[in-house]
Design a protein around this ligand. Structure first.
Ligand code: SAH
Length: 228
């Protein structure tokens, strides 16, 4: 399999491509990608495509994000050692493991709403470096996880209709949140900086994530009101 002229047969091939295309910029993001192999997070049936730069199905109509999207978000998140991080949408657990690799000895909390994916992510996370510092919860991540707040970083890996207010509350002052905001198919990725006197919102470009469900996400009711 070729991608942009690069043979995509190994995690190293994938990293070479992500660097060449400018998605991986920093040493620490590169090291995380080297340490965490995407093949360990995609369903067995898709193992041959693990190193292709595409989202892949992980069950329940959900996807593991395309590697370039994961790299973009990791670079924008500017994670530092020791940080306290919240992820909404564990999916396969891939992004949580990458973030923990960079944040170690910090902690990653990740919330997944779908039971079957929660169980899959939990199993995948067990095998990754520093797994003891990754805590996964089943529940509605649009409510955040107040118990372990405030967070230095909040990374939302599903598309929201707007910023869920609990996530702003649970973010540290000077903390950063990355969140796709828009419709259920296409969104703009926003980098939110929380300041003492409000928030700063930077549009980082168009993205396509599966929708955030739950109280501050696309409930069936909200979805119908917006799109009927
Ligand atoms: N970060 C994941 C990909 C996430 S896909 C990875 O690295 O593989 C988006 C995930 O968000 C899906 O698994 C979906 O079930 C989950 N999701 C949607 N709404 C949610 C909510 N309210 N709380 C927690 N997870 C949610």
């Amino acid at each position: 399999m070729f991608y942009g002229g690069v043979k995509m047969r190994s995690n190293e091939d994938l990293i070479k491509y992500l660097k060449r295309e400018g998605f991986i910029k920093s040493k620490k993001v590169e090291e995380a990608f080297l340490a965490i192999d995407r093949k360990d997070f995609v369903p067995y049936a898709y193992r041959n495509e693990a190193y292709v730069d595409e989202p892949l199905p992980i069950g329940e109509g959900q996807t593991i994000s395309a590697p370039h999207m994961v790299a973009i978000m990791l670079e924008l998140a500017s994670i530092e050692e020791g940080m306290n991080i919240l992820e909404i949408g564990s999916g396969s657990g891939y992004n949580a493991c990458l973030m923990e690799y960079i944040a170690y000895p910090g902690t990653v909390y990740t919330v997944e709403r779908q039971r079957s994916l929660y169980l899959i992510a939990k199993g995948n996370i067990k095998n990754c470096p520093h797994s003891k510092n990754i805590n996964i919860f089943e529940g509605d991540g649009s409510l955040g996880l107040p118990e372990y707040s405030p967070y230095d970083r909040i990374i939302v890996t599903c598309g929201a209709p707007d910023i869920p207010p609990p996530l702003i509350e649970q973010l540290k002052v000077n903390g950063i949140m990355l969140i796709p905001i828009g419709g259920t198919y296409f969104q703009e990725l926003y980098l939110i900086k929380k300041r003492l006197n409000g928030i700063e919102k930077i549009d980082e470009g168009s993205v396509a994530f599966v929708p955030l469900r739950g109280k501050y996400g696309y409930s069936e009711k909200l979805y119908n009101e917006k799109f009927r």
